[in-house]
Design a protein around this ligand. Structure first.
Ligand code: BES
Ligand code: MN
Ligand code: MN
Length: 452
């Protein structure tokens, strides 16, 4: 039974209030907003009827914990989400402002709409509604909602390692991913890992006139280009020595399942990407390239004259923001050493290039042989009326590998985002029917999990 219109209005108002808080975790100017968002989550969990609700504050942004343990003998689920969001820039590309949630065509537009406030709220509202309707839950539930996911913060790692008993659960439930296609319920069973950092390149002791000195002095932007070009070939292969040694190919069964997904490469190129050609390793399918192959990407280059007009200067320094995505069984620490060595080897004469790691997370695959995967598939099928598909995703969610390794919890990734939700980009949105159906699906999932 879908959620009645009048109740949808209230849920929408709550979602809007959450989305109005500009909880950008990477920007120190938003420290107060981060706290507001954490308090919002805590208030929501309290009003839902959870116990032990508290902000866990340490070095970084606070996590929010809450629990309902009134179903002894029944399974315990750990619900994870994040209330922090990516920066909204470039601002002038937003049709409506990033932190003024606006509904158009059944979509709600705002930074965090799908990643991850909207989806984290799905979990909270599902529990709130079940408690309000029945006075209890069919299973035990713990919530851990963090504020540093988008910056790879380490607070959660330390917390998970220090509180195994408190966080003990039979499975972790995460709504922070996408459906493969509209109307196709989707469970994500693999994520890529990541290492992210900055390359600091320094040359002369100060900026120099390019006519007076050009021809005799090193240019850090040229050096950046040379290093970047040395680390990935024109064939899309990462050229870091040793980088592919640990890479494990997907199984035959996975490849077959991926080949049977409704994927139209031409439509993906034209509509979703909007580029004139796709790139990357030519003999590997697009889905395998984005789900099961490592990458090397440049995210930004700082240096030289970037104002309007012309200025003839040779800059003294440059910074390049770089990440590589990792796949099973690459190890972030080893990959980081390989990257660092490759940078040193590619660095041209006359400059120094210093690699500074910012954060890392391991890749992961989820073992589907557990009853909560079944429960999730059944619950979503009931709401969407289609068979659940199992996919991987190229994105990273650091907590998944952490929970699997430290606490042995299988992570059930039920995503309600859509491929055109523009996460991390301007005009991020959430398809409102998926917000409501997500809540419904999680309510069914609670029932189904009680049988597990
Ligand atoms: N929710 C995303 C990851 C994601 C996106 C998973 C789509 C599955 C489908 C998450 O918030 C994210 O963006 N993570 C960062 C990693 C972090 C360490 C900066 C990412 O993937 O860039
Ligand atoms: Mn996310
Ligand atoms: Mn994200």
């Amino acid at each position: 039974m879908s959620i009645p219109e009048s109740e949808q209005q209230l849920l929408l108002e709550t979602l809007k209030a959450f989305l109005r808080i500009p909880s950008v975790s990477t920007d120190p100017n938003h420290k107060a907003d981060i706290l507001l968002a954490a308090e919002f989550v805590a208030a929501k969990l309290r009003s839902a009827g959870l116990a032990e609700v508290q902000l866990i504050s340490g070095a970084g942004h606070p996590m929010v914990y809450g629990e309902w343990l009134g179903a002894p003998g029944k399974p315990t689920l750990l619900f994870y989400g994040h209330y922090d969001v990516q920066p909204p820039e470039p601002l002038d590309e937003w049709i409506s402002p990033a932190f003024e949630p606006t509904v158009r065509n059944n979509n709600i537009y705002a930074r965090g709409a799908t990643d991850d406030k909207g989806q984290a709220l799905i979990l909270m509202e599902a529990v709130a509604r079940t408690l309000a309707r029945t006075g209890k839950l069919p299973v035990n539930v713990k919530f851990l909602i963090e504020g540093e996911e988008e910056v790879g913060g380490e607070a959660i790692e330390a917390y998970v390692k220090s509180k195994p008993a408190r966080l003990q659960a039979d499975a972790a439930i995460i709504c922070d991913s996408e459906m493969f296609a509209p109307e196709l319920p989707t469970i994500c069973v693999g994520l890529r890992g990541i290492i992210y950092g900055e390359l600091h390149i320094t040359a002369a002791s100060q900026d120099l006139h390019s006519g007076v000195y050009g021809g005799a002095v090193p240019n850090p932007l040229q050096a950046a280009a040379e290093i970047i070009a040395a680390l990935k070939g024109r064939d899309g292969k990462v050229a870091i020595p040793g980088f592919y040694e640990a890479v494990q190919a997907p199984t035959m069964a996975e490849r077959e399942a991926w080949a049977s997904l409704p994927f139209n490469e031409e439509e993906y190129r034209a509509k979703e990407v909007g580029a004139k050609q796709l790139t990357g390793e030519p003999d590997i399918s697009v889905l395998e390239r984005v789900w099961a192959r490592p990458t090397f990407e440049v995210h930004g280059i700082k240096g030289g004259f970037i104002g309007d007009g012309a200025k003839t200067v040779i800059p003294a320094k440059a910074v390049v923001k770089i990440s590589t995505r990792l796949v099973p069984n690459q190890d972030p620490a080893i990959a980081n050493r390989q990257l660092s060595a490759a940078i040193a080897a590619a660095c041209p004469v006359g400059v120094t290039a210093e690699w500074k790691l910012i954060h890392g997370a391991p890749p992961c695959v989820v073992d589907t042989a557990n009853p909560f995967i079944e429960a999730a598939a059944t619950a979503m099928e009931r709401v969407f009326g289609n068979k659940t598909v199992f996919i991987r995703s190229g994105g990273s969610i650091p907590v998944v590998g952490l929970l699997q390794k430290e606490l042995g919890q299988p992570c059930i990734l039920m995503g309600f985002g859509l491929p055109d939700d523009n996460l991390h980009a301007p005009n991020e949105k959430l398809f409102l029917p998926n917000f409501f159906r997500g809540i419904e699906a999680i309510e069914y999932f609670l029932e189904e999990s009680a049988k597990a």
